[in-house]
Design a protein around this ligand. Structure first.
Ligand code: NAI
Length: 550
């Protein structure tokens, strides 16, 4: 029996064991539960019906989020059964966009601990602290320092909600079993004045340290993970832009780590670009990109597009020469003195300009990518200019939340007279324009990072490489049916996310084996191999006699 020692109320208090109203008579007898639960044996589906009923009585998504987190605290199987029963409906509640509001209020809505909290005050003790975690075999730690939470800035300890939500998506979207996942908040203080003065704030009341102080602590954490959880992959999430880039550079060739804001975002946007090229009948290497915004999302994406173009036969230099960037100070040109090291490959010889439309007219991009954090910057002039230059202008307005999108799909389709190929960072409803229905897709990382996670989990990969994200991007792109692609949908349907991720994970896993990065023998049937690892939100059948015998 897997759960030998627990009985009675301890079973009900363990969210991994609790079946609530679904224990069989034999289980109740064997585990000392008679009288501790209602005298019924309900199916998972009946329990799900009750959850859906109770959710419908809540007035806001934040209340639904609190309810679902509470459910996860009590009954893990029922939580995942709920979320996986209708991902398109429940993912926006357990993750983006509701998670943003949940983080803003994290210290206020806090009910009970989840994951680990590691503060810099514990320097020198990280290994001992990691050993306090009850599971020995941890495969993924999602870690944030709360430095740049979504588009909301420095939320310090309130950012702890992000790794919790992100790891739920590993399970809900790709079936990674939840017992292997550890959300982690690494507390390096905050510069958020409001939280520093909020009595209910749950982090250190200190300002953030310099990178010179922070990075050695992150080193201690990363090295301790190697010793305590040797099969673990570390997923960095929502650090400030420069920390995100620098920490990824620091560890990527030495340990199994990745950064979803950089690589996952790049992967899903690349999937959209692959499909946009398919719609136009071109190749990635034919395209020319102009980014609005040159922060971590832009750099991660540009670097991955560069690698993808290299994979398609171009030199890195030629690939980079097709990628331009424009930030708050104007076009990145080679005379700019304020650029960071990782922006320089995209600063080309060009006259300085602070006029985005002028930059479009001169550079003649096929695609513009909005990662500026500022809503409305793709105005009518921008879209009309793109439409003059291109038969099918590709317009990716990725900033979120919704009011930060550089333009709405309605605007893109209207101003381009139906020519635009459009995707956003948030979900917009279908658009009807001149008798046609367009399906604006959402470049949501959740098509990519859970599938990468499943591939790493199943193969026990020792590294996460850019090639794995490129492969994932192509796999995701290939799963959009051609009729939906023709309506402008660049990404698979959310309702089918688990199956899409299984197929994606299988392709990434194949690459892991081919690259010699796997720690398990290569199977013949890769999709079947991934399916074997997929968590199912079903209660284990416990039988009375063996429990009694235990
Ligand atoms: P960041 O803060 O690192 O970079 C923002 C960039 O925009 C900077 O280069 C800044 O100079 C530029 N910028 C700001 N105001 C501007 C203006 N008025 N005109 C021109 N440029 C301006 O932010 P990060 O992390 O790169 O994220 C950018 C946006 O991308 C965010 O809104 C985020 O929500 C979105 N994003 C979308 C994702 C998706 O769709 N899957 C994933 C990750 C990020």
């Amino acid at each position: 029996m897997p759960h030998d020692s627990k009985r009675g109320i301890d079973v009900l208090r363990d969210p991994g064991l609790n079946k609530s109203t679904a224990f069989t008579e034999a289980e109740k007898q064997a585990m000392g539960l008679v009288g501790l639960v209602p005298d019924v044996t309900e199916s998972e589906d009946l329990q799900l019906q009750r959850v859906v009923l109770q959710l419908a009585q809540k007035n806001t998504d934040l209340e639904r989020y609190i309810y679902l987190v509470n459910l996860l605290d009590h009954n893990q199987t029922l939580f995942y059964r709920t979320v996986m029963s209708d991902p398109a409906r429940f993912l926006p509640i357990v993750y983006d966009p509701t998670i943003g509001e949940a983080c803003l209020k994290f210290g206020h809505i806090y009910r009970q601990p989840r994951g680990m909290y590691l503060s810099m005050a514990r320097r020198g003790k990280v290994k001992e602290i990691l050993k306090n975690w009850p599971q020995e075999d941890v495969r993924f730690i999602c870690v944030t320092d709360g430095g740049r939470i979504l588009g909301l800035g420095d939320l310090g300890a309130n950012g702890a909600g992000i790794p919790i939500g992100k790891l739920e998506l590993y399970t809900a979207c790709a079936g990674v079993p939840p017992q292997y996942l550890l959300p982690m908040y690494l507390d390096a203080g905050t510069n958020n004045e409001q939280y520093l003065h909020d009595p209910l704030y749950l982090g250190m009341r200190k300002r953030r340290p310099s990178a010179g102080e922070l990075y050695p602590f992150v080193d201690e954490f990363v090295e301790a993970v190697q010793e305590v959880f040797p099969k673990c992959c570390i997923h960095f999430e929502d650090w400030t832009g420069s920390d995100a880039v620098h920490l990824l550079q620091r560890y990527r060739d030495k340990y199994c780590v990745y950064n979803d804001d950089i690589q996952g975002t790049a992967g899903i946007v690349l999937a959209g670009m692959v499909n946009a090229a398919k719609l136009k009948g071109t190749k990635l290497t034919d395209e020319k990109y102009l980014f609005l915004g040159a922060g971590s999302a832009a750099i991660g994406l540009a670097d991955l597009i560069g690698s993808a173009m290299q994979r398609d036969g171009m030199t890195l230099q030629d690939a980079q020469s097709r990628i331009y960037m424009f930030d708050i100070h104007g076009l990145l040109d080679d005379s700019r003195k304020d650029l960071l090291d990782f922006q320089k490959p995209y600063a080309h010889r060009h006259a300085p300009t602070r006029d985005f439309v002028a930059a479009i007219e001169s550079i003649k991009p096929t695609t513009i990518v909005g990662v500026s954090t500022v809503g409305g910057l793709f105005n009518q002039k921008v879209v009309e200019s793109m439409s003059r230059i291109n038969d099918r202008p590709v317009i990716l307005a990725l900033s979120n939340p919704t009011d930060h999108a550089e333009c709405t799909p309605q605007q893109a389709y209207t101003w381009s007279k139906g020519k635009a190929i459009y995707a956003a960072g948030v979900q917009f409803p279908p658009v009807h324009f001149e008798g046609r229905t367009f399906l604006p897709g959402q470049a949501n990382n959740f098509y990519i990072f859970p599938a990468i996670g499943m591939a790493v989990f199943a193969t026990q990969a020792t590294r996460v490489t850019d090639e794995m994200f490129i492969e994932a991007a192509h796999a995701v792109a290939d799963q959009v049916p051609s009729d939906l692609l023709k309506q402008g949908l660049l990404f698979p349907l959310q309702s089918n996310v688990l199956e899409a991720e299984i197929q994606t994970a299988a392709r990434v896993a194949k690459l892991v084996f081919d690259s010699g990065l796997a720690r398990v023998p290569e199977p013949k049937d890769m999709v079947g191999f991934i399916r074997q690892h997929v968590y199912k939100p079903e209660y284990p059948i416990e039988t009375g006699p063996s429990r009694v015998a235990a």
